[in-house]
Design a protein. Sequence first.
Length: 212
Amino acid sequence: MVPWENLLAFTLTALVLILIPGPAVLFSVGRTLALGRTGGLLSVAGVSLALIPIVALVAVGVGGLVAQSIVLFTILKVVGSLYLVYLGIQAIRHRKSAAAAPDLTGLPRGHARQLWQGFVVGVTNPKTLAFFVAVLPQFVDLKAGAVPLQLLELGLVFALLAVVSDSMWVLAAAAARVWFARSPKRIERLSATGGGMMIGLGGILLVTGPKH
């Protein structure tokens, strides 16, 4: 177990980082604008679930190897960025379907797919892996032993905080979407805007980030 002093310090650090809107927030908000509240929340859940295997890789030492490998890091970055662009294009293509959804909770089918898409976006983000490799070990107490378990514990705390924070952004975006939904044309434009956000985010992630 992580000593409570270390856990408190990590929690405060994680809160500061999470409360600053980043790629995960932009992705979830974009999905909410395109698909509605359910789509946004499922995206948050998917991205957060992706943190579990990432933290597990860090805990067993594989994460450090990937983060330091130019080839693997670049492959992950390109795949993740292109997948975001693909999701954005799909949101724009199907904007009329989003406008026709009567309950404003996203497309009537494909909830499992929306969860999976969020997971893929999260697990292919090499910046998350690099962040955990750099930050998590700083809060581990070597004297307490069970270092992999301590890393997993810290990762789960981060994931929980991220779910709460990102969900609040999604609910705010969903509330704004309700007003736009009074007009089918408005919701079409809003869905297209959400798709555009994802395409833009994919482009930004492709050309920015840690340099090796």
